[in-house]
Design a protein around this ligand. Sequence first.
Ligand code: NAG
Ligand code: NAG
Ligand code: NAG
Ligand code: NAG
Ligand code: NAG
Ligand code: NAG
Length: 428
Amino acid sequence: MQKLQLASPTAVSVPALFLFVLFLLAARQQRSLLDTYRSGFASVSSSGSPRLEPGRPAVARVPKGCDIFRGEWVPDDGGEPYYTNRTCPLIQEHQNCMKYGRPDLGFLRWRWRPAQCELPRFDAAAFFDAVRGRSMAFVGDSLARNHMQSLMCLLSKLEYPKDISTTKNQEFRTLYYESYNFTISTFWSPFLVKANQSDADYGSGRLWNIYLDEPDDAWLPGVAGADYLVLSGANWFTRPSLFYESGRLVACHYCLVPGVPDLTLRHSQRVAFRTVLRAVTSHPGFNGTAIVRTVSPTHFEGGEWNKGGDCRRTRPYAANETRMAGLSLDFHTAQVEEFAQAEEAARRRGGGGARLVLMDTTAAMLLRPDGHPSRYGHWAHENVTLYKDCVHWCLPGPIDAWNEMLLQMDISNVGLQNGRSICPRTVT
Ligand SMILES: *[C@@H]1O[C@H](CO)[C@@H](O)[C@H](O)[C@H]1NC(C)=O
Ligand SMILES: *[C@@H]1O[C@H](CO)[C@@H](O)[C@H](O)[C@H]1NC(C)=O
Ligand SMILES: *[C@@H]1O[C@H](CO)[C@@H](O)[C@H](O)[C@H]1NC(C)=O
Ligand SMILES: *[C@@H]1O[C@H](CO)[C@@H](O)[C@H](O)[C@H]1NC(C)=O
Ligand SMILES: *[C@@H]1O[C@H](CO)[C@@H](O)[C@H](O)[C@H]1NC(C)=O
Ligand SMILES: *[C@@H]1O[C@H](CO)[C@@H](O)[C@H](O)[C@H]1NC(C)=O
């Protein structure tokens, strides 16, 4: 499986050294960029000059070989949240936990610490530097949007994007950072493969038709020229659904339709994911990096989401207090296995094309039952379908760590290594 590791020291060559020197120069550049922007955008930042905490360098890279996805949450004494709902107006209502009165702000005082190194704080200037002239597409379910909004808030310290969408559909936006020539877009595709809701209801709710072997047209053609693709999908497979392959009904999940075998959502999630990875790695128009973000675990306790379940903890778990289990474990296992197979298949095929990178955030997020909106995604007196939200993540909140991780991944892949040592399809 592909991890974010740089070339081994023995593999250092003249070009690698050259790149390293470039990186050092770039790192100096970043520092001065940061200073420039700090003064220029003072009105955006509420906290004045950022404080540096011990062990959290402002501009730095994780060392070679450090697995940034294994670790634990530790108190972030003195670390300030990157933004608030005042400094970032881009927070979607339902994740604006402060607006809706979340009283315990302790959940903002933790940082992710990998077991083998320190994860640097997010640095907007360094991020823009790494993605200048590039484009990033967030594809999939609402967690993709949650992630993107966290990124936009982190970047809002320096710049707000312009909406240059060509459609009015809010599920498909294109945003442009003019000063950095950086484009972010978002594509709604909750199953990632083709799906639509039928009117059929056999007593388990309206069924979804999921076309397990057909990648969704809603995004695949649209992302052809993108440099980065961030894929997010898993939780929607829990819905009652009918599975199609080659256009024919073959099985279902909880459909209760006589004569249709129930192969469970584990089947649909795995097969759909396989289809998507295959489509991305073999799409002739896509030569970028596909970042496969693993399942974001939910934390309902005391019942399911629609049966009174809630998430009211106010502290992260320690690593020894919980284990990946149940659906999160099964989704994660399928994703990691399918990722490894897609990567292996791409390696065998050889040649150019897409790179796959696994962004394995599940273990980190599993430890954050305190990071969801719960009932603070809306007013207490609103009485529409007021379920507790233990799926999405408050902004600001632990999901900001995804972008701390992403920044380290970007620099590893593009800034320093230029895809060389970790690109499966050019290694062969
Ligand atoms: C931001 O959060 C505060 C509470 O901390 C709340 O009073 C305010 O209405 C919120 N503002 C916006 C714009 O969401
Ligand atoms: C922005 O980036 C694109 C893609 O790299 C490039 O073709 C274009 O010339 C850039 N535009 C500016 C104004 O730098
Ligand atoms: C769902 O999509 C399939 C395949 O594109 C199509 O044949 C079918 O008519 C659609 N069903 C509904 C209810 O829209
Ligand atoms: C992707 O790479 C292939 C082979 O290197 C090349 O033929 C193709 O034109 C590239 N496509 C794009 C959209 O850049
Ligand atoms: C977890 O580990 C900590 C020390 O790191 C220890 O104090 C605590 O008792 C452990 N908890 C459990 C449930 O094992
Ligand atoms: C709650 O919903 C009921 C009907 O479903 C309605 O009569 C009532 O006014 C609503 N209450 C509030 C506070 O919106």
